[in-house]
Structures are given as structure tokens and as C-alpha cells.
Design a protein around this ligand. Structure first.
Ligand code: 13P
Length: 232
């Protein structure tokens, strides 16, 4: 399984070095993808895990203050990049169009996108789940060949589940995953949102899940180890 670790904006330098050493001691057959703060990419040395970024610029190197390019990321060994996270959609006002530009830039430069999609609680209550997901996928993946689409890892993260401790029912996850897999055949689809060591036994009943995108749990090495042992 793919287990992507989204550290978000956490850990100072000292804390991160300690965290990374502990992560390197974990023994697992799962494919770990560590996505630390951009600031920590250059001090990261991983034994088994792959390296991912939490964001990327849609531009090449140039006069784009504060941005991080694919060329820079690649020079630090970054192979994956999270794009379209709901926190960036919310706080940085990222649009589906911008996410599409970033996705194209990543594929052009051989970095695998981890495209986050998901509905808010209000959208779920208004029965808009599938129209929201359809639009997020259609715009982000437009003009891509089927082969390019297959390279994109999709992370379904219901916004109401992120950091809340609440997870959707298995039936709800199954119908969304089936929908995504019908829209984007052969893609890997991760689940994200309050996944942890205590609900993994329930989550893993959904056989369509190809892996997880972990936020809070990514920071708790002891609990992460338990999670990794329990995941199929
Ligand atoms: P939590 O696991 O903390 O709910 O966060 C999920 C997430 O946003 C991962 O990208």
C-alpha cells in the first residue's frame, strides 16, 4: 500500500531531524512517501521512504517570489508532490484551473502528482458530492492522455473528515472510490481524513483503497507504526 505522510506546517528543524531518524527506523513493506515542510526537504535523508513536497509552482525557475519549482524539487530528490489539498484551496484560494496547471507542470517534469479532492460537509448535505468530485477531477485532469492520467495518484479527502476524528462509513467511501475509479481507470486512489491506528480495521474493509494520506498520524511515530502493522 501507498502511505503518504503529510506533515503539513509542523515540526521545527530540531524536531524534524529527530522525527526523520525515528521514521527511518520503522520497518515496513508499505511504500512510505514523506511530505515534509518545503524548508526541510534539503535536510532529509530517507532510508526506504520516497520524498514528496506539499506544493509546487506551476512555473519554471524565474521571477516568482516565494515559489518552489519542479527543477528545485527534483534537485532535492523529490519524486511526488501533493497538489489541490483542501487547506490550500481554502487558505490560498487555489482553484481547479491552477491545480491543473500545477499537475501539468509536475507530469512534464516527471514528478508524480498526488491530487487531493473532496467535498465539504455542506456539499455532502446538499447531495453535491459527485458533482464536486467530478468537477475537481475533470478540470485537474483535462487534456491528459489516459497514460498520463494513470500516473496521477488521487487522494479522496472529505473536508469534514480532516482533523475531526470523523470518518465516512465504508459504504460512503466505497461509492466515492468506485466513482473515482470509473472516471479515472487504473489510477491509484488513497483515502485521507482522520485515518489512524484505531479506525484502520474498519477502513481496510474497503478493498478499493490503494493507500492512505495521513496528516495528524504522520507526526506520531509510535501510533504510525501500529497503523502500518494493521494495514493490509
Ligand atoms: P488528518 O489525518 O489529520 O485528518 O489530515 C488528513 C490530511 O489532510 C492529509 O493530507
Amino acid at each position: 500500500m501507498i502511505i503518504a505522510l503529510n506533515n503539513k506546517c509542523n515540526l521545527n528543524k530540531e524536531e524534524y531531524l529527530d522525527y526523520m531518524n525515528r521514521l527511518n527506523e520503522i520497518n515496513t513493506t508499505h511504500h512510505l512517501i514523506l511530505c515534509p515542510s518545503t524548508l526541510h526537504l534539503g535536510i532529509t535523508h530517507l532510508k526506504e521512504a520516497s520524498l514528496g513536497s506539499q506544493n509546487v509552482s506551476c512555473f519554471d525557475n524565474g521571477a516568482y517570489t516565494g515559489e518552489v519549482s519542479t527543477d528545485q524539487l527534483k534537485s532535492y530528490g523529490v519524486e511526488y508532490s501533493i497538489i489541490g489539498h483542501s487547506e490550500r484551496r481554502q487558505y490560498q484560494r487555489e482553484t481547479n484551473e491552477e491545480i491543473h496547471e500545477k499537475l501539468k507542470q509536475l507530469l512534464k517534469n516527471n514528478i508524480i502528482p498526488i491530487l487531493c479532492i473532496g467535498e465539504s460537509l455542506e456539499e455532502r448535505k446538499n447531495n453535491q458530492v459527485f458533482s464536486i468530485l467530478k468537477e475537481e477531477l475533470e478540470v485537474a485532469l483535462k487534456d491528459l492522455t489516459p497514460l498520463e492520467q494513470e500516473k496521477v495518484i488521487i487522494a479522496y479527502e472529505p473536508i469534514w473528515s480532516i482533523g475531526t476524528g470523523i470518518i465516512p462509513s465504508i459504504e460512503e467511501i466505497e461509492e466515492v472510490f468506485q466513482f473515482i475509479k470509473n472516471m479515472v481507470p487504473n489510477s491509484k486512489v488513497l483515502y485521507g481524513g482522520s485515518a489512524h491506528e484505531e479506525n484502520i480495521d474498519s477502513l481496510k474493509q474497503c478493498l478499493l483503497i490503494d493507500g492512505y494520506l495521513l496528516g495528524g498520524l504522520s507526526l506520531k511515530i509510535d501510533k504510525l507504526e501500529i497503523f502500518l502493522k494493521k494495514v493490509n
